[in-house]
Structure formats: structure tokens, C-alpha cells
Ligand binder design. Structure first.
Ligand code: SF4
Length: 278
């Protein structure tokens, strides 16, 4: 069976960087503890935990002598300060794209402006960003929530890195209509998700079947399957090579492979090896 890989697949820049930083700390023989799971992939988490990496839920769980890792989503300045006080070392693996949103929010707040962040207020990335402008910022899912906010003054509108562009721009337009003064709009959406979808879409017309590697509960991975199905009926979501069902691929000569942004390369390699052996 011929296997064709989507150009953009697997680990995004921010996740790869975070995993590399953890690997460096392990090489230094540090006791590594991540605040929250480093990555939404069970197999990679299993690999890291077998190398000694443990996860904590609260900064209070970290102890002297240990290295605390801030994952790609970032944290509030308070949480970072707490970790710095308790741990012997803090590895800040906040994705630079997220750091940018934090800095923009902090700058606008310092100028006395309101900050509208379009995103899910419950998402850890948004909790962290909100901490950079606690008094001045509002995290909202979309424009329908604007009615609940106080009068906005010279607002800055930014976004969670992973939301849909349409939601962001529709909300920004609605802010412009109701805000006092000038509204500054800065698109802080990261292109990793869209790049993976575009790349899968481009390949899906050339193959008889498509395998997407990612978590069964990952909405990004499920969306990748939906994109592949637009042109390729036989598109399947699997977590590991063991999930490949040869019956699904009967008569298939060329198969496409892609993977969600939390899927490590070693899992992709396993799947490719298995497909090539069929
Ligand atoms: S999806 Fe984008 S913003 Fe999020 S960690 Fe990956 S590269 Fe960074």
C-alpha cells in the first residue's frame, strides 16, 4: 500500500517546543512536574510519564528540588509567581503565540483600555490571558455576550489562538459598533489548525482512504476527519497503529495520513510502518 503524508501534520510548533523543553530538563536529570497535562495525547503522556514526568493540578503541589513546567497554554502571572516561589526551577513552555496575546492584553490594560478576548472563558489559555488584564478584560465566546458587558472604551479585540476566524471577525465588527472611541483589532489566531486542515483537504482528492491519527475525543482531530471525508469517504480516526482495521482498507492502493497537533512523530511513524506492511 502506498502511503502519502499530508505536508502539515502532527505536533504544532508550540507543542513540539514544550515537549523539547521537557526533554531537555529530563536530560539534566531534573525532577519534572507539569502544571496540568503537557499535551492532549494519551500515548505521548504515557511515554513522558515512563521517563519520570508527573503532572500536578495546583502550584501548591510543587516542592523545592523540583522543576515546574508551564505548558503551551500559559498561566496567569500569579500562578507563575507561585511556581517560581515553590519550585527550584520553572520552565516556561508557554507558546510564543500565546505570550503575544498575554502581552497585548497587558499593554492595553496599562493604557486604561478595555480588552475583549474572543474565546472560551473556561479554556486554560483564556484563564491565563485574563490574568494579564484582570480588571480590564472580558473573555467572550461571541458577539451575543457583548450585551452583558459595561460600556467599552477604546477597546482592543484579540482572540484565543485556536478559534474560528469568522467568530473572531464577526465579534470584532460588533464591538466596533458599540464601543466608545477607537477599536483596535489584532487577529491572534494561530494557523496550525487551519494549515493541517488545508493540507489534508489538498491530499484527500488523491487517495483511496485517509487515516487521521489523534485522540478520539479531540475536536481538532474529528474536524480533520470531517475535512478528509469531503473528498474521501473512507476516512478514519485512529489513536495508534493497533486501531488500523485491515478490512476497512480492502482494495485500497493509496492511503493518506495526517495527524492532529498533539500527535507525536513516533506515533505517525508507527502507523506508516503498519500501513506499508499491509
Ligand atoms: S496551536 Fe498554535 S498557539 Fe497553540 S500551541 Fe500550537 S502553535 Fe502555539
Amino acid at each position: 500500500m502506498k502511503v502519502l503524508l499530508a505536508d502539515e501534520r502532527g505536533f504544532c510548533f508550540g507543542v513540539e517546543r514544550a515537549v523539547d523543553m521537557v526533554e531537555d530538563a529530563l536530560e539534566n536529570k531534573e525532577t519534572v512536574r507539569t502544571l496540568g497535562p503537557l499535551i492532549h495525547n494519551n500515548e505521548e503522556m504515557g511515554r513522558l510519564s515512563s521517563s519520570g514526568v508527573t503532572t500536578i493540578a495546583e502550584p501548591v503541589q510543587i516542592e523545592r528540588g523540583e522543576t515546574a513546567v508551564i505548558r503551551a497554554h500559559g498561566v496567569t502571572p500569579e500562578v507563575q509567581g507561585d511556581l517560581e516561589e515553590r519550585a527550584s526551577k520553572v520552565v516556561d513552555a508557554t507558546c510564543p503565540f500565546v505570550t503575544r496575546v498575554q502581552r497585548l492584553a497587558s499593554r492595553a490594560a496599562a493604557e486604561g483600555r478595555h480588552v475583549i478576548v474572543v474565546g472560551n472563558p473556561e479554556h486554560p489559555e483564556m484563564v491565563g490571558v485574563k490574568g494579564y488584564a484582570p480588571e480590564h478584560s472580558f473573555v467572550i465566546n461571541d458577539s451575543s455576550e457583548l450585551a452583558d458587558l459595561p460600556k467599552l472604551k477604546n477597546p482592543l479585540v484579540v482572540s484565543q489562538t485556536t478559534i474560528k476566524a469568522k467568530t473572531f471577525f464577526d465579534t470584532a465588527d460588533a464591538v466596533k459598533e458599540i464601543a466608545e472611541g477607537e477599536t483596535e483589532v489584532i487577529n491572534t489566531i494561530c494557523s496550525a489548525t487551519r494549515d493541517r486542515q488545508d493540507s489534508a483537504r489538498a491530499l484527500s482528492g488523491e487517495v483511496d482512504a485517509f487515516i487521521v491519527i489523534g485522540g478520539k475525543h479531540s475536536s481538532n482531530s474529528r474536524k480533520l476527519v470531517a475535512v478528509c471525508k469531503e473528498k474521501c469517504d473512507k476516512s478514519f480516526l485512529i489513536q495508534t497503529a493497533d486501531d488500523i482495521n485491515p478490512d476497512d482498507l480492502e482494495g485500497v492502493e493509496t492511503v493518506g495520513v495526517t495527524a492532529g497537533a498533539s500527535t507525536p512523530n513516533w506515533l505517525i511513524d508507527d502507523v506508516v510502518r503498519k500501513l506499508e506492511s499491509l
